[in-house]
Design a protein around this ligand. Structure first.
Ligand code: SF4
Length: 479
């Protein structure tokens, strides 16, 4: 046994169950270790060659992707005498995974420029260039697994931090927060301007509904949700939530034709929905969405668009949300109550079916669940409700109310973490992926920096102006 494991603390770590420990002579690493080896480049890098003999120069290994798609995004790789290319990297144990896992048919893998393999019993045909790393590790596997247990294998290595990280770390914490708040204010105002532009075309309420529905689409279903919101004047004529649900499910293409025999309660509800939809389907025949516009793969059940549409139907049926939001913004709300007070306005139901089921097909829950989880409230607040209320107040010439809404934005507690924030905290601010930010505005500001700077550069920060801007800002005495 390696000496580190034989100490009593080493034994505690082993018994914690959280470590992947390999024997020195174990032949095949788990994929997670392989990904970590690639991220940290625990490789004899000068020895890397593709199976067709080209030298592989890894200018940047890419950023670990925890969502669907390739394992690493935005890598910068040079093969042989070719130019440096930016693209994705997929890491697998064997070459056969490319076809076996369906990557060859999945458009999300269309930007893969390198397939990194543990071993390759045979050369793959037709996939991206491949490199085999089994013989190129910089230490035995057992030692590497020990290192993975000692470090946070998926925290960004210090040498992969962005070029802005050093100048930003020269700023005091309050200055960093001030900078993030400046960026957040730009983000707030640009979202508000979008509502203003849409309101000129379609009216204030319609612009709000479109914003709310887009936010209900979460990341992957923004556009079909936007389309449904645009059609709202057509489907919202009745105040009956069940009828509205039937219309939304029918128009969206998300209404299942039938359910399995195992879901009796769901079958009954589905029959009632179909009873409504049969009668009305023809009048919406020109605006039906194909089911293929929805991205449903890999969604958490709580984020499923069927559930979101049920919520949208309740909001529309009650038909008082815009007024309720305006009342909420003129009320005094203590900082500690911000999220819950808005959640109370946005919450709908209870719903006899959707309070007890995540989707049409899921089993009945043991306890009822709210149609809107508290974690989504912050997302709705910073992206929709506060920008919309702000521009309403400004257009109405109510400067004190506008200032109050802005203050509410900057007081708002931090929302749910996500992959963009985790990476940006490590890459720009040089802090651990686990260290959060002080509030939602700081989170929004950091996302704005990513959009304004990282998205216009690459993994090696080529031509990015932020480092110089931060230095100049500090030098001008503001830092
Ligand atoms: S691209 Fe710019 S903003 Fe992004 S990490 Fe690099 S230096 Fe920082």
């Amino acid at each position: 046994m390696h000496p580190v494991w034989s100490s009593f603390y080493g034994q505690w770590r082993l018994r914690s169950g959280g470590l992947t420990v390999l024997r020195e002579n174990q032949d095949c690493p788990p994929e997670r270790l392989l990904q970590s080896i690639w991220l940290h480049q625990r490789l004899c890098r000068e020895r890397l060659k593709t199976v067709d003999g080209r030298e592989v120069r890894v200018l940047h290994p890419g950023f670990h992707n925890r969502e669907g798609g390739p394992d690493f995004k935005g890598a910068v790789i040079q093969l042989g005498d070719g130019p440096a290319e930016t693209g994705d990297v997929e890491v697998d144990l064997q070459a056969s995974a490319w076809k076996g896992h369906g990557h060859d048919r999945n458009p999300a893998f269309g930007r893969v420029i390198l397939h990194v393999l543990w071993e390759s019993p045979r050369a793959p045909g037709g996939g991206p260039p491949t490199v085999v790393i089994r013989e190129a590790l910089d230490a035995p596997l057992g030692e590497l697994s020990l290192w993975l247990g000692s470090e946070s294998g998926f925290d960004l290595p210090a040498d992969l931090r962005g070029k802005c990280c050093a100048p930003l770390s020269q700023l005091a914490e309050t200055e960093v927060t001030g900078l993030l708040h400046q960026a957040a204010r730009v983000r707030l105002l640009s979202k508000a301007a979008r509502f203003q532009a849409r309101a000129r075309q379609a009216g204030w309420e319609q612009s709000l509904w479109e914003g709310l529905f887009r936010a209900l689409g979460y990341k992957h279903n923004v556009w079909p949700m936007q389309r449904l919101a645009e059609l709202r004047p057509r489907w919202t004529e009745s105040a009956e939530p069940l009828t509205l649900q039937a219309r939304l499910f029918g128009i969206s293409g998300l209404l299942p034709a039938e359910l399995s025999r195992a879901h009796k309660g769901a079958d009954l509800y589905l029959r009632r929905i179909w009873d409504c939809w049969w009668r009305e389907r023809d009048q919406f025949g020109d605006c039906l969405l194909p089911r293929s516009v929805w991205r449903l793969h890999g969604l958490r059940p709580a984020n499923h668009p069927q559930r979101r549409l049920a919520l949208g139907a309740h909001w529309s049926g009650a038909n008082r949300l815009p007024a309720d939001l305006e009342n909420w913004c003129v009320r005094e709300v203590p900082r500690s109550e911000l999220v819950h007070s808005l959640a109370a306005v946005l919450q709908a139901g209870p719903d006899p079916f959707w309070s007890w089921h995540w989707t049409f097909r899921s089993s009945r829950l043991s306890r009822p669940q709210p149609l809107l989880g508290v974690t989504r409230v912050t997302d709705l607040a910073v992206n929709v409700v506060l920008p919309w209320l702000l521009i309403r107040a400004e257009e109405g010439g109510n400067a004190p109310l506008a200032r109050r809404i802005e203050a509410r934005y900057f007081d708002w507690p931090a929302g749910e973490d996500n992959a963009v924030l985790r990476l940006a905290r490590q890459r720009l601010l040089g802090v651990s992926a686990r260290k959060g930010l002080p509030g939602a505005a700081a989170q929004q500001g950091l996302i704005q920096l990513v959009r304004d700077f990282c998205d216009h550069s690459n993994a090696v920060c080529e031509a990015c102006k932020l480092p110089a801007l931060v230095r100049d800002w500090k030098g001008a005495g503001r830092g």
